[in-house]
Design a protein around this ligand. Structure first.
Ligand SMILES: *Cc1c(COP(=O)(O)O)cnc(C)c1O
Length: 385
């Protein structure tokens, strides 16, 4: 690989502590390290977050759970958030993972595996409060699920969760509705005699926005459960702009530091004269004498084709200055303009993402969100101070 992802240990830890201090010490902060820690490397980041105080980790699936288990060791708790497959039950137990479940069939599979392994399996129930993705509906569906749990001697309801669809929108009607439905589900669960130890709804934006903590406090007290939050994006130093908020309502955004810088080095430099075309499609035609630098990264590495000149008009940073992309980004190569940057040489560093070129800039060029950009970056990962 021709590029390096530098992950800052201190930024990860600062961000974790920022979340913890915003939510308060009585709230459990589950560190979401799914999707390979949003491209930062789950095996690299999870132990760093554990040192900062994280006792819970959120992963996508069983395979990632096993990787994080190996990285953080026994004792830490690992929630498998993005869909349990029935064939996963034995592996969940073998790696001491905690699945999110919402169908009676999940419980049946886990009960069988738990009996076979002579272990108990703790699960978190997901309630569908309006995301319409995972989760069980309040009422008859939830009653079925709770009934199945009562029959399952070796499956324990340790947590109840849901997920917000519009957390970055301050005072959103849909958020209020989801908070109310979640509270209603907790009442149904309590009435059925289940006693979850944790309840959780908030992602990074919900922590930033703040209303979810207020809305759930009473429900947590009523069922004597601990509140938990599930930040991911914020741990890596990002949060979406809080929409519709008055003044400085965002509680988190000013305390975060991006944890990733992505860099490469220049592999060639050449001078061209007016009329020369650059790259696929000959979309760029030089109108003056130019000096170009070649970078050994392209869209296969996650430097999006949308950064091409004439499309998103992306740039990289060389010697602290913007070097605009020239022509189309290729699969493994990108050409940038260094005409106005003094004495650029082969081997010089080029910052692909970092100071002067943020994940949010990449997202802007590509018509997407920074989450998507971060998850797509490939290169050698290095943990730095
Ligand atoms: C991804 C995810 C999160 C974390 O969301 P962020 O916006 O990155 O903080 C929390 N909960 C669930 C269920 C998720 O899938």
């Amino acid at each position: 690989m021709k590029s390096t992802l530098n992950i800052s240990r201190s930024a990860l830890q600062t961000n974790f502590r920022a979340v913890q201090s915003v939510v308060g010490d009585d709230v459990e902060v589950l560190a979401v390290v799914k999707a390979d820690a949003y491209g930062h490397g789950a095996a690299l980041c999870a132990p760093v977050l554990a040192q900062a105080g994280a006792k819970w980790f959120g992963v996508s699936d069983v395979e990632e759970g096993a990787i994080v288990r190996a990285a953080v060791g026994a004792g830490a708790r690992i929630l498998v958030m993005c869909g349990m497959e029935f064939g996963d039950a034995a592996a969940m137990l073998a790696h001491d993972l905690t699945p999110v479940v919402w169908r009676p069939a999940h419980i049946i599979a886990l009960q069988e595996a738990a009996l076979a392994a002579n272990l108990y399996c703790r699960v978190h129930l997901e309630i569908d409060t309006g995301m319409t993705r995972q989760g069980c509906a309040i009422g008859a569906e939830l009653a079925d699920l709770l009934g199945q749990l009562q029959n399952a001697s070796h499956v324990i309801c340790e947590g109840v969760m849901s997920h917000l669809c519009c957390a970055e929108s301050a005072g959103a009607e849909s958020t209020r509705r989801q908070q109310a439905r979640f509270t209603e589900a907790l009442e149904q669960i309590s009435q059925a005699g289940a006693t979850p130890a944790y309840i959780h709804l908030a992602n990074s934006s919900a922590v930033d926005e703040g209303s979810t903590a207020v809305a759930l406090r009473g429900a947590a007290n009523a069922c004597r459960a601990k509140l938990m939050v599930r930040p991911g994006f914020a741990l890596y130093g990002h949060v979406l702009p809080l929409e519709g908020a008055a003044g400085d309502a965002a509680r988190l955004s000013t305390h975060l530091t991006p944890a990733l810088t992505w860099s490469t080095s220049i592999t060639d430099v050449r001078d061209i004269s007016p009329g020369t075309t650059v790259g696929y499609g000959a979309t760029y035609v030089a109108t003056r004498d130019m000096r170009l630098a070649l970078l050994p990264v392209g869209y296969a590495d996650g430097f999006r084709r949308a950064a091409s000149s004439g499309l998103g008009d992306g740039w990289v940073m060389i010697a602290g200055k913007r070097a605009p992309v020239v022509g189309r980004v290729s699969m493994n190569l990108t050409v940038v303009d260094v005409t106005d940057i003094a004495s650029v040489e082969v081997g010089d560093d080029a910052m692909l993402l970092g100071e002067g070129v943020s994940a949010e800039d990449h997202a802007q060029w590509s018509g997407t969100i920074a989450y998507d950009v971060l998850c797509g970056i490939r290169g050698n990962r290095l943990l730095s101070h």
